[in-house]
Design a protein around this ligand. Structure first.
Ligand code: ZN
Length: 507
């Protein structure tokens, strides 16, 4: 009897592995499309990807998976909910049941509408005219509502969408954590703005030759532990990290010869994602326990290396002298404190992707509150620009001059990614909570960073998070690793301590 269960489980994992292998082929094609594909090859690439997506869908919804899952319901393998076996079964079941509930016709219509909507959105943004995008957004919302109804949810249809990016998250829990830190965040931004201190960021806009940016970026990525024998760094328009599989995790960036920060922190960010992917258990490849937990947890890893480590004083104690050697002209007359302040400038601005680590979360709050309202029917899509601008005024004390710098700036909604934005802030919240715990357990991390030592932190993250795969959902993982449920406290404490010192303010 037990043998039968073991056989069913092994068969389930081998089917899972086939889906992962197909996914990884698609990821490689996608990486190639974003880096090296000749312009004329785009249509053929589209055909290749659509073909593979078809096979993947067939495999992922095959009745055999359903039968095996049913068989395993009785199995002792699921007795301990925290075992790797039980987690694999739970997560395969979760994706399978979701997939078979969404009608194929709906999937196809969403693909069709979002493909066109992407072009329309780009045009609307260019002309800064929300009315061009409005009918498409309305259609997308309608289709996503159908999807939520098909998949099902306990309380709020938005939960069904959140689940695609942050499995197990609910609007109620997310809204609570966000509400807790909104007021404190707004006050911190205001206090910084009235500090009268203005970093000289022009020192970051001097001449930073691209070749040297590349060399320095690679050096720093290696120093934190990103393994170039198992990865590479290439150029793209919208930087990303992609895990192709064990031994192959690639990162990308973009360079601006007159901007030190963009590529540097971009590389650190992507290398943080890369460390997560490189840290997964290769023995469990092809199963949920050999895969990342969620977008939020992924983002916690990138944000930790980019901000909590990469924008910290001890980190630059080690790297600033090196940076001076790499850029002798640009940094010749620059003092450490001025450099450190410049890379940590807090300044309310219109564009999310350019935002600093303090105001960034307010950008996400605006989007989350608006999504929640229009998806729940409390806000008519036509009223989005007005509501956006009002919220922006109250959080940032700024009014977007046009919709291109307001509600039209992000690509997400046009791709049907409603429920995605919260994962960015969740990532920041998780990262601060993980980092505070790491500091407790690992002694003086700052001293280690100042000596260029990052191994302790990296290995801690690997053991506590990466190697666990999807054994725990994000919410539980935070509790297991830190002993406490997710809270806004560690992030707010980190931001307040750091920025009250930098801007010499009392909060
Ligand atoms: Zn990221």
């Amino acid at each position: 009897m037990t043998d039968d269960f073991r056989k069913a489980y092994d068969r389930l994992l081998s089917l899972s592995k086939e889906i992962y292998l197909l996914n990884s082929c698609m990821s490689l094609l996608d990486w190639d499309q974003k880096t090296y594909l000749p312009k004329e090859g785009v249509r053929h690439r589209g055909n290749q990807l659509a073909f593979l997506a078809g096979i993947r869908h067939q495999k992922a919804t095959s009745p055999e998976i359903g039968d095996l899952l049913k068989q395993l319901e009785e199995s002792p393998l699921i007795n301990d909910p925290d075992s790797f076996e039980s987690a694999n079964i739970r997560e395969i079941k979760h994706s399978y049941e979701k997939l078979i509930k969404i009608p194929q016709s709906l999937v196809e219509e969403l693909t069709r509408v979002t493909t066109v909507a992407h072009e329309v959105w780009a045009e609307a943004r260019k002309k800064s005219d929300f009315s061009i995008f409005l009918p498409y957004l309305e259609k997308i919302i309608q289709l996503k509502r159908q999807q939520a109804e098909a998949v099902g949810y306990e309380r709020h249809p938005y939960d069904a969408l959140l689940d695609d990016f942050e499995p197990g998250a609910t609007i109620e829990k997310v809204a609570k954590v966000f509400a807790d830190f909104r007021q404190e965040l707004v006050e911190l931004v205001k206090a910084v703005a009235s500090s009268g201190k203005h970093p000289d960021t022009s020192i970051l806009q001097r001449n930073y030759p691209v070749e040297r940016q590349k060399q320095f970026g690679k050096e720093v990525a290696s120093a934190i532990g990103y393994d170039f024998e198992k990865g590479r760094l290439d150029v793209t328009v919208h930087p990303f990290c992609t895990g192709i599989g064990p031994g192959d995790v690639r990162i990308t960036t973009r360079y601006n010869p007159n901007d030190f920060a963009q590529a540097f922190f971009g590389i650190l960010h992507e290398a943080g994602h890369g460390l997560y992917e490189q840290g997964l258990d290769p023995e469990r490849y092809g199963t949920p326990c050999g895969d990342a937990v969620s977008l939020g947890i992924h983002e916690s890893q990138s944000r930790m290396w980019e901000n909590l480590v990469g924008r910290s004083k001890p980190f630059w104690k080690h790297f600033f002298p090196k940076a001076k050697k790499v850029y002798p002209e640009a940094l010749k007359d620059v003092k450490f404190d001025d450099f450190y302040l410049a890379i940590n400038q807090v300044k309310p601005s219109f564009i999310r992707v350019e935002a600093d680590e303090v105001t960034y979360n307010l950008h996400i709050l605006v989007r989350f509150e608006i999504e929640k309202a229009f998806f729940g029917g409390d806000l008519q899509p036509k009223d989005i620009p007005a509501v956006w601008n009002n919220k922006f005024k109250s959080y940032f004390d700024l009014t977007p001059p046009d919709d291109a710098r307001g509600c039209l700036q992000d690509v997400h909604w046009s791709s049907g990614y409603i429920g995605y934005f919260p994962t960015y802030s969740l990532g920041n919240l998780y990262s601060a909570q993980f980092f505070a715990q790491a500091k407790k357990e690992l002694g003086d991390l700052e001293e280690q960073f100042a000596k260029g030592e990052f191994k302790n932190l990296r290995e801690w993250l690997r053991k506590k998070i990466h190697l666990q795969g999807q054994r725990y959902r994000a919410e539980k993982l935070v509790e297991v690793v830190t002993g406490k449920p997710l809270s806004h406290r560690p992030l707010m404490d980190y931001l307040k301590t750091k920025y009250s010192q930098l801007y010499q303010i009392r909060i």
